[in-house]
Design a protein around this ligand. Structure first.
Ligand SMILES: Cc1cc2nc3c(=O)[nH]c(=O)nc-3n(C[C@H](O)[C@H](O)[C@H](O)COP(=O)(O)OP(=O)(O)OC[C@H]3O[C@@H](n4cnc5c(N)ncnc54)[C@H](O)[C@@H]3O)c2cc1C
Length: 379
């Protein structure tokens, strides 16, 4: 650890109106919304990594509205109203993101998403809920038939599974790191300062504002704080109902005759696959990983990596044996409901966390709503 220079320490010690902890999609989006509403306020973002290193640049890049079996399960576990509200956030979030970062800038392609099934009865159960799910989310996505029975067979997508699939034309995919880089650029243009390499370990809220302490003994003062640390939030705010979960991902070397598999979801969204040019990305498999994946530590396990490779070889029709070129993990913040938590947690401290596996779609609107919430506290 090297000491801070006087200049570095002085910059950090300068009081700011609002400090955001976490430079992922949520923190950056919140900063933009704050500056749009109140350009007069000074805003700084603190990020512990050298670049944002949570989930926002480590995900699979689906701008997803979910799958029928995932949403049907959510209806059973929570309520139709909550599912409609969360899907509306996905819809509005994606619109907001696309208004800030152009489709070209983040390689957004709306090519639809397919839900595949390993067994016939799984398909039949999902198909039986199709109409109900469509009715629940129709207003949220301004579409009466968000999900449909696919006219294609699984084998048309080079997938070895039950032949019937469900499809939504609404789903898109992006390049997550390009998206975040462009958002960051917009944030700088709005006059927001981002300090990388600052990890906050203590939040001391008081009547007039908040004092933050970093692991390098920096002390920062501001009027309001927004915590946007998602899967890492428990350390800062242990009272929150959120737990970290790791997801592992593999990407193949370029494949000879890479099959156009499309955007594939299986097992209520626990497995996901897509192409990146002539490569296949495959991720998830959390139920197989079990409690090993209930962690906020990055890392790869042999067990899950070989499971993903087996899945790739057994479930897709490939000309040659795939070789893995990239493998990584990322950390999600999950809880009993898919609903994010946006609320005041201490005087002058708001949180915007628990974006589960849908942060690409909802991150912008979660940041926006958190900004509105926080600004109301200042009035
Ligand atoms: C493998 C994987 C695949 C996924 N696939 C998809 C997908 O296809 N579609 C989709 O919509 N969603 C997907 N997700 C989920 C999505 O990526 C997240 O919901 C979203 O990125 C959350 O954004 P965030 O800004 O809230 O959190 P993050 O991106 O995690 O950002 C939080 C930031 O806070 C920083 N931080 C943490 N603690 C501190 C501290 N104490 N001090 C300072 N900084 C701190 C972290 O370094 C991090 O950069 C996936 C996630 C993973 C892991």
């Amino acid at each position: 650890m090297i000491n801070r220079s006087f200049w570095e320490a002085d910059l950090l010690a300068t009081p700011t109106d609002i400090i955001i902890i976490g430079a992922g999609i949520t923190g950056l989006s919140a900063a933009l919304s704050i500056k749009e509403a109140r350009p007069d306020l000074s805003v700084a973002i603190l990020e512990r990594s050298e670049a944002a290193r949570g989930a926002s640049t480590r995900n699979a890049g689906f701008a997803t509205f979910g799958s029928v079996s995932e949403l049907a399960e959510d209806i059973d576990l929570t309520s139709a109203e909550m599912v409609a509200a969360t899907v509306k956030m996905r819809w509005q979030g994606l619109q907001l993101l696309r208004s800030r970062v152009s489709d070209v800038e983040m390689n957004f392609i709306q090519e639809g998403g397919y839900e595949i099934f390993f067994k016939r009865d799984e398909y039949e159960q999902a198909e039986a809920r199709l109409q109900e799910v469509n009715e629940v989310i129709a207003d949220s996505v301004e579409h009466d038939a968000a999900f449909q029975v696919s006219p294609h067979k699984a084998s048309d997508h080079f997938v070895k599974a039950h032949q019937q699939m469900l499809v939504t034309p609404l789903e898109g995919k992006i390049h997550p790191a390009r998206m975040l880089a462009k958002l960051r650029q917009r944030v700088y243009q709005a006059g927001v300062m981002i300090h990388f390499g600052i990890e906050i370990e203590q939040i001391n809220a008081h009547d007039r504002g908040v004092e933050l302490r970093s692991t390098m003994q920096d002390i920062l003062n501001c009027r309001q704080v927004l915590v946007a640390t998602n899967g890492f939030s428990k350390q800062l705010l242990p009272e929150l109902e959120i737990r970290p979960v790791r997801n592992q991902v593999i990407v193949t070397e370029p494949l000879q005759n890479c099959p156009p598999i499309g955007n594939i979801h299986a097992d209520r969204g626990y497995y996901y696959a897509r192409t990146i040019g002539d490569r296949i990305l495959l991720g998830g498999g959390r139920p197989f990983g079990g409690t090993d994946e209930e962690t906020n530590q990055f890392g790869l396990t042999k067990k899950l990596q070989s499971h993903l490779l087996d899945f790739l070889e057994q479930r897709f029709t490939l000309d040659t044996k795939p070789r893995i070129a990239h493998q990584w993990s990322g950390i999600l913040g999950v809880g009993p409901a898919k609903e994010p938590i946006i609320k005041t947690v201490q005087p002058n401290v708001t949180c915007a966390v628990r974006l589960a596996g849908i942060g690409v779609a909802i991150g912008s609107i979660v940041g926006h709503q958190a900004a509105e919430h926080l600004l109301q506290q200042m009035n």
